[in-house]
Design a protein around this ligand. Structure first.
Ligand code: AMP
Length: 283
């Protein structure tokens, strides 16, 4: 039976025996409304032999858009069923006031990585992510923590949190899980209307197109212009950014080096729903 833990004390009690017998604990942080993408993280943790703790917490302080927070999907019963089937032992599901008895006064400045893409478009977002991840790491004290490549910039931010603050966890990054038509799975996809859902694979199509063009030697700015023009023609979609970056630092770049990591990141509204995706160009 899956056990729901609501406080730090409950987590400590539930994990005490595993900790004292040096069983590795794996943490999968989520905001719920689980799908195959989340389950890929869970399966990775299970395959590592971890005692898996999945946290489900819609973190209010990482939302810079009130409506996005209010409308965030909640499918708890289904989530618990899915996790139970995967063999997950523990769900950590704190209340807001448990994690935030007071509004945190601490602010985390991640530096350059927070100046671009999601950092620039969603002020305060990564501060909120950093604070909640730090809290979860301090409460669960996992040996391993699992994050999705779907949120590439979040991976960079959490890596710097773990390294710069010497958290005793390793981080594993799991590939993006997609629908058959290429759309990256996301809890927000549930909010797309029928026509919007049909348009949404455009993000992945543009990423793939750009990858092919870049690897064939085309100039980045020329590729980007084609993509911008493609979005201009789609009345249901609005491109917010389409950028070539260094995969680890998320620094904006304009070309492919002979060696070095590159990814393309995209954000676009489809109807009212803001979607993000990315693709690794050079690993
Ligand atoms: P969220 O519930 O959206 O905060 O996501 C929780 C974790 O699942 C994050 O580490 C995400 O990057 C990861 N995740 C979300 N969608 C996907 C996906 N389609 N494929 C792989 N990982 C994902």
């Amino acid at each position: 039976m899956i056990q729901i833990l609501r406080t730090k004390a409950e987590v400590n009690e539930a994990l005490a025996d595993f900790r004292s017998s040096s069983q590795a604990i794996g943490l999968v942080p989520t905001m719920g409304a689980l799908h195959e993408g989340h389950l890929a993280l869970v399966r990775k943790a299970m395959s590592n032999g971890d005692v898996v703790v999945v946290s489900i917490f819609v973190n209010p302080i990482q939302f810079n858009n009130e409506e996005d927070l209010i409308k965030y999907p909640n499918t708890l019963d289904k989530d618990l069923d899915l996790l139970e089937k995967e063999g997950v032992r523990f769900v950590f599901k704190p209340e807001n006031h448990t994690l935030y008895p007071n509004k945190p006064t601490l602010e985390i400045n991640f530096g350059q990585v927070d100046q671009v893409l999601e950092g620039a478009k969603r002020p305060g977002h990564f501060n909120g992510v950093g604070i909640v991840v730090a809290k979860l790491l301090n409460i669960v004290k996992p040996n391993r923590t699992y994050f999705g490549q779907k949120d590439l910039q979040q991976v960079a931010v959490v890596r710097s949190l773990i390294n710069d603050l010497s958290f005793s966890t390793s981080m594993e990054v799991v590939n993006t899980v997609r629908e058959k038509d290429g759309l990256a799975m996301s809890s927000r996809n549930l909010r797309l209307g029928v026509e919007e859902r049909m348009v949404a694979p455009l993000l992945y199509q543009c990423l793939n197109f750009a990858k092919g063009e870049l690897l064939a030697g085309k100039e980045w700015f020329a590729v980007k212009e084609v993509v911008m023009a493609r979005f201009e023609k789609e009345p249901l979609a609005r491109l917010e950014y389409f950028e070539l970056v260094h995969t680890d630092t998320i620094a904006l770049v304009n070309d492919l080096p002979s060696s070095g990591k590159r990814s393309i990141c995209i954000a676009a509204y489809v109807g009212e729903i803001r979607l993000i995706d990315n693709l690794i160009i050079i690993d």
